[in-house]
Design a protein around this ligand. Structure first.
Ligand code: ATP
Length: 203
């Protein structure tokens, strides 16, 4: 079976994430993709974080009815820092016969050689990347080529969908329109729970 692993803070999950997952699923013929929200991120402070439960629930809502997309709570349940190699090792043990794919946006490819044990990651999974920015195909191809001695990197053809969780959180805090970037059930959830600086009274 071809199994994808797609990690991130998903704070909140948005249409760019789902676009990435569905593009890789369709271009590379993946059978299933596990979306794995991070627990303790090695890169971020916890100040602007929605809780693990809320991020998991938003992911479940966004993945509902989407073929092959599943949510995995492995990282949020772990007491260790969310290094990707630990998650890859967990999936390698759980599904020893599967072909594993690690899904990521192009920003992650550009910094990939600074990731903890990135060579081990590439030894265990194909890295499947989707662009986040127009006109970055040359630089992505160069980076993929440099890393290819350690494993396989595939840059997918899907065009970028330029949205980020940071942009959405800022828009929510400034009371600007943000609903178009998210699944409508996620929009309702954020409103109901008053996440990211909004309270339900003002909606
Ligand atoms: P933030 O703005 O808080 O940093 P983010 O929007 O970058 O969040 P993350 O949850 O940090 O989202 O990203 C998880 C993964 O999804 C990363 O591999 C990232 O590159 C990828 N990703 C995020 N947004 C997009 C997008 N619009 N298109 C393609 N990939 C994306």
């Amino acid at each position: 079976m071809k199994t994808g692993i797609f990690g991130g803070s998903f704070n909140p999950v948005h249409k760019g994430h789902i676009h990435l997952a569905e593009s890789v699923r369709d271009e590379l013929g993946l059978d299933r993709i596990f979306l794995v929200p991070s627990g303790i991120s090695p890169h971020r402070s916890s100040a602007e974080y929605a809780s693990a439960e809320d991020r998991l629930e938003m992911l479940r809502l966004a993945c509902k009815g989407k073929r092959g997309l599943e949510v995995c709570d492995f990282e949020v349940k772990s007491s260790r820092i969310s290094y990707t190699i630990y998650t890859i090792e967990h999936f390698r043990q759980s599904f020893p016969d599967d072909e594993l794919f690690l899904l990521a946006g192009s920003d992650m490819l550009l910094s990939f050689d600074q990731w903890y044990r990135y060579r081990d990651i590439l030894a265990n999974a194909v890295l499947a990347v989707v662009s986040r920015e127009d006109g970055d195909s040359v630089i992505l191809a160069e980076k993929a080529e440099k890393l290819s001695e350690f494993g396989q990197i595939i840059v997918c053809k899907a065009p970028p969908v330029m949205v980020s969780s940071t942009k959405i959180r800022k828009k929510i805090a400034k009371n600007e329109d943000w609903s178009c970037y998210l699944d409508e059930n996620v929009v309702q959830y954020i409103r109901l729970k008053g996440l990211y600086g909004r309270d339900e009274v003002s909606f």
